[in-house]
Ligand binder design. Sequence first.
Ligand code: GLA
Length: 769
Amino acid sequence: MTRTLLYTPVSLFFWKCVPAFRRSLFPYPAILVLLCCVCGVQASTAQGQDAHIAYDADTRIFRIDAANTSYVLGINDQGQAQTLYWGSRLPESDHFPAAKAMPGMASFDPPITTTPEEFVGWGGGLAVEPSLKITFPDSTRDLTLKYVSHAIHGNQLAIRMKDIARGVYVTLQYEADGETGILRRSAEVENRTDAPFTIEQVSAASWNLPRGTDYRLRYLTGRWAGEWNVQEQPINPGKTILESRRGTTGAQNNPWFAIDRQGDSDPEHGGVWFGALAWSGSWQISIEQDMLRQVRVNGGPNSFDFAYRLQKGEHFQTPYFYAGYSNEGIGGASRLLHRFEIGSLLPHAPEPKLRPVLYNSWEATEFRVNEAGQMELAEKAAGIGAERFVMDDGWFGQRNSDHAGLGDWYVNPQKFPHGLKPVIDKVHALGMDFGLWVEPEMVNPDSDLYRAHPDWVLNFPGRPRTEGRNQLVLNLARADVRAYVSAFLDKLLTENDIAFLKWDYNRNWSEPGWPEVAAEDQKKVYVDFIRNYYAILAELRARHPAVEIESCSGGGSRVDLGVMHLTDEVWPSDNTDAYDRLLIQNGFTYAYTPEVMMSWVTDSPTWVNQRTLSLEYRFLSSMQGSLGIGANLSKWTPQELATASKMISQYKAIRETVQRGALYRIISPEHESEQSVTESVARDGHEAVVFGFLHSSRELYPFPRVYLRGLDAGATYQITAMDGQLAADTLTKASGTYWMEHGVDLELRGDFQAAAFTLKRTATKPAQP
Ligand code: GLA
């Protein structure tokens, strides 16, 4: 996010660091304006670096312009915040008339239901999805929010709303990213009544699209070892709910959506509205087409089994819901998200470190890790060019299988009689850094931790405790559990020279009871657990700033913008079959950047499908993301090791382009396609890297011609095959226009074939006469 703000350090300090001060200002807009003037803030118009927020006091219209996007909302004649426009950037000379609430639809749909509001309470006859539903102690369940005041600070806008009668305040928060136009929205609910009330449903934001009948929804579905399937369906009247009720993000739906117009089959063309929720707990996104064919998207923590009692004086901050608009099709939407993640969201944004080539021991040894075996693998890994060596599960407690040991975070003395130091020293001596697997939120009943603290898990007293992979979920919402997890991780990182943690999470919740707190507060577990999870990650990062963390959840069950803000990479799937991975990686990149997409080369035939694939094919598939090796290198032949070594050094030469570049899906592997081709173009345009894959040749048909995208039309590019064959008559040098319009032919024939090539810019555009 753009951070250049126009206010002085004093006002910046109070605005950013003292929320109570910020909140207390809101009911008094006159004082705010005065203070802002004193402090040098422009109250009505302010400029972020590339984002601009303006308020027109005559029409009560807010206009957010950032990158190629404009977002316009107004306070209408009913005092509601009403969406007016969301799309391509408009000229500043276009002025919107004041917002007017929509008329109702007969007696059945009052104006509150027909008006596209930015955030609407459940009350006054609302029939569409509410943004906020509250039950008061006197059983009143009616909430009507109206505008009170607002503040603009650089690229941030806050709109303060209040219930017409009770002291319920909601602040709608907006922050615009100047580079991508992506808006970050959230809401803060504050209880200024004189008693507690219960939030039963709350959204971070409602997003309203232009009215239309021809929308198409894309979303992601999956399951263990089969994550990241892209689904497409027309948006019809009614509602589609994407959600997780699992306590965590889940793979069954991922909290991302994209909406475009049906019939736009060119992935690089047309308007796309897209968004992603930054929440790693149970979540919900509803996509609703109402009775007037207005499409609304609502998202936040899942309201299923949810209740959050807010005490007098307390406030509830929702997670962030990010959304943006691209007029370059679904490809453009993905690229904006990738850019945003790298430039604003990842822990070291805007310059996260390039991902090192990693080796992981899991598929080689499973739980059979020991000092000698790990040292041998480390030697092999270093020999082929790995930069990080990660020891996976099995190194701690009595962890000889998945039946025991989780929770006991001491080094297993039989496997590592001298502790971890000799292995870590060896790894360092080989020129790599060292990483370790942990699963901090879980416990095996067969563990010292569970024997000592059986009350530490999520449970309903007297009810069964359902196990998944022989383990139970620790209740991280509890202060003592949070302290335990935080302390053991801190100790591990303090006592050992560890550069990387693979943080795993291998089951969903069951029996989500928290018996130690009042009955009315037990369902807070859905929020407090995740807040503590985030807090532990943040504390750990602050105490050990050099340590990098991967989010893994039996594969890709915990990937979302919330966890990505606190981790450096993610594990998309336990499915490491290089052919299956093409589809998995394709779906993943709709929402998330290839930079964080860890992808291992593993042994063949794979455990997944018993499919045999060449080493080159496996490498090229993994090289589309952040490359890792997860094979048993002790069994590789010298020739295989030599091939690996060659391909790892090729990857190092192109990794910046793959990890940071602009991704084009030239041929998508979706819809049972026989081929798959991706292209990554370096940010500065000096290079493009293309990967092509063939499932099986048929009837002598050649591989379809590959038309490049995103090149500098007038520049000259030299083509070089990295692996596989280009057609014999391929020019060695040609213009960007040639490669984009004429294309490139790959000589791919047979089954499971792959090729890759680079295009390198040799000369820039000739000067215009
Ligand atoms: C999960 C992970 C795997 C591996 C195992 C270890 O399944 O996804 O990569 O770490 O746990 O138990």
